[in-house]
Ligand binder design. Structure first.
Ligand code: ATP
Ligand code: ZN
Ligand code: MG
Length: 535
């Protein structure tokens, strides 16, 4: 049960003459017995004006309401009614509306923070939660702030029951155990031999030999998985306007991991001259000062990588014979703020991914996901020969979007949800330990999460469209391969050994790689890799 109480103040274009005031009694009667009942089955679900006060051109109504005709909807309905009535009878208009001292009473104990937007105060009384709101303007009322706030409360309660976890993890499939051919940490080796050099935390410059391996992995994945299934390449933008992140939900759910970009305050160099002078004199760029010369961020950097795909079909009506559509993008990096969790090429701020996206009728989207799963399994098992496992993770974002209700005992993977692919990293320790495994990729069915927020329509009325996506994070696939198989091609599975050609020359200068040990190790690894076929 939910109840609302509050005061609506209507600003009139003129005062109501003394001798006409009785018209208000009649109006309130009519509102209470007709207009404010519409849409409610029972009286206590409707709204009601319980008192009023008129002082010059201000009319203040005290309103209480139930769940069907909520306070703010009632206030707007009353405004329409008054505009009509006062206009016709006295040529008085209603100029503005404001809601104040509004209160929402909910019949249970909720965990509501006063930090929420528009919330002034919260307390509990007799097992009820009372939320006092800040003043709301007419545009807030119309947006509708109160409805969204209530949705947010419901969402927060659900999240609390969900256990505060991002996702629930359940094993669905695993490979046989495979004796690792290697135990060392490739992250350390790659840096030691100078194949990668740290540019900034979580960012590396990949020199030609490792770039060759990264590109070879991308190509192999394309040849073995994407090409046979008919996926075709597109190029997606890599910085996204903020409104895209509102529609995908990322700006609500993962904002703590996102990176942002801003424009300068002006295009004219003279407008930035003070800054230019400062950098010239200091010979450094103080970030705090820079703040004054850039606008507030209006983009977020590529995060999920599939955002532009949904945007592209947004607002379009798609005919049946064009479905499904299967595209992928590998045109640029993704960015994540991983805070303290950075390590080698395992957890990066800037990483590279082939992002696979598809759209179709629900059965098609499931079918494509299943075909991809089959190919992924073949790729992990037969091509790379990895020790892997898959988990059904019910991501919180799908519960949030209302795509799935609760967790069930039985796992049905043919519904919206995500499967994570993980590989064992022997250098991290025993395979029985949870933290020795790394997520290398995943595959999701989103149901209508994106097709509804981007308004993607099926040509046939009442039919719906679903989407799916899958991310192949190439640094992590390469890392897990090197971690299990090492740098000796004799220990690599046949297809990889034949597919990857000899990497180009490594960088060697007087001072690089940094250590004697690194130089020595580089010689050994180059010797091993010279077993690979030439181009
Ligand atoms: P984790 O649980 O390891 O943080 P995630 O759940 O954040 O991973 P997703 O958001 O599902 O990862 O991203 C899809 C894929 O992108 C991952 O499977 C991985 O291959 C890659 N990826 C994600 N974050 C990173 C990162 N910080 N560095 C390198 N690759 C990453
Ligand atoms: Zn995606
Ligand atoms: Mg993560």
């Amino acid at each position: 049960m939910i109840k609302f109480h509050g005061y609506a103040e209507y600003l009139l274009s003129d005062a109501i003459p003394e001798d006409k005031k009785s018209i208000l009694d009649k109006a309130i009667n009519e509102l209470n017995n007709d207009f404010l009942l519409r849409g409610a089955k029972k009286r206590d679900e409707a709204a009601r004006i319980t008192s009023f006060k008129l002082s010059r051109n201000k009319l203040i109504l005290e309103i209480e309401s139930g769940s069907r005709v909520r306070l703010h909807h009632a206030a707007l309905r009353i405004k329409n009614y008054l505009s009509n009535m006062l206009g016709k009878n006295m040529r008085i208009g209603v100029r503005g509306l404001r809601l104040y001292r509004s209160r929402i009473t909910i019949d249970s104990i909720l965990h509501v923070s006063t930090q929420l937007p528009f919330v002034k105060n919260v307390y509990t009384e007799n097992s009820k939660t009372i939320i006092e709101l800040k003043d709301l303007s007419e545009s807030d009322i119309k947006r509708p702030i109160i409805d969204r706030l209530l949705k947010l409360l419901e969402f927060k309660e659900k999240k609390l029951k969900w256990g505060g976890k991002i996702e629930h993890w359940r094993l669905i499939r695993e490979s046989e155990k495979k004796e690792p051919k290697f135990r060392d940490d490739p992250n350390i080796i790659l840096e030691k031999i100078g194949w990668i050099k740290r540019y900034a935390p979580g960012q590396w410059l990949y020199t030609p030999p490792i770039t060759h391996l990264i590109r070879s992995f991308e190509k192999l994945f394309y040849m073995e998985v994407l090409k046979p299934l008919g996926f075709i390449e597109a190029i997606y933008p890599k910085i996204n306007p903020l409104e895209i992140g509102v529609k995908t939900g990322h700006l609500k759910g993962t904002v703590h991991q996102m990176m942002f970009a801003s424009q300068p305050i002006a295009y004219n160099p003279e407008d930035l001259e003070e800054w230019t002078d400062l950098v010239t004199v200091l010979d450094e760029a103080p970030a705090d000062e820079l703040r004054k010369y850039v606008k507030a961020p209006s983009y977020f950097l590529c995060f999920a990588q599939c955002e532009p795909f949904y945007w592209f079909f947004g607002g379009e009506i798609i005919d049946i014979d064009k479905l499904p559509m299967k595209w992928f993008d590998r045109s640029g990096p993704s960015f994540r703020w991983e805070s303290g969790g950075l390590r080698g090429i395992e957890r990066l701020v800037e990483f590279h991914r082939t992002e696979i996206t598809w759209i179709g009728e629900p059965e098609q989207v499931i079918e494509i996901r299943n075909q991809l799963l089959e190919k992924y399994r073949y790729f992990m098992d037969k091509i790379l020969d990895l020790e892997w496992r898959w988990a059904w993770v019910t991501p919180w974002f799908l519960v949030h979007a209302g795509e799935i209700e609760e967790e069930t005992e039985e796992i049905d993977i043919n519904q919206p949800g995500t499967i994570d692919f993980e590989a064992w990293l022997p250098y991290k320790g025993d395979r029985e330990e949870q933290n020795t495994w790394l997520e290398i990729g995943n595959i999701s069915i989103h149901g209508t999460k994106y097709t509804s927020s981007f308004k993607i329509k099926h040509q046939v009325k009442d039919k719906i469209i679903w989407t799916g996506c899958s991310g192949f994070g190439v640094e992590r696939w390469l890392l897990s391969f090197l971690a299990q198989k090492g740098f000796d091609p004799d220990n690599w599975p046949k297809r990889v050994r034949e597919f990857i050609t000899r990497p180009p020359k490594s960088v060697r200068t007087v001072t690089y790689p940094k250590t004697k040990e690194g130089k020595q190790l580089l010689n050994e690894i180059e010797e091993l890799l010279s077993k690979l076929p030439g181009d």
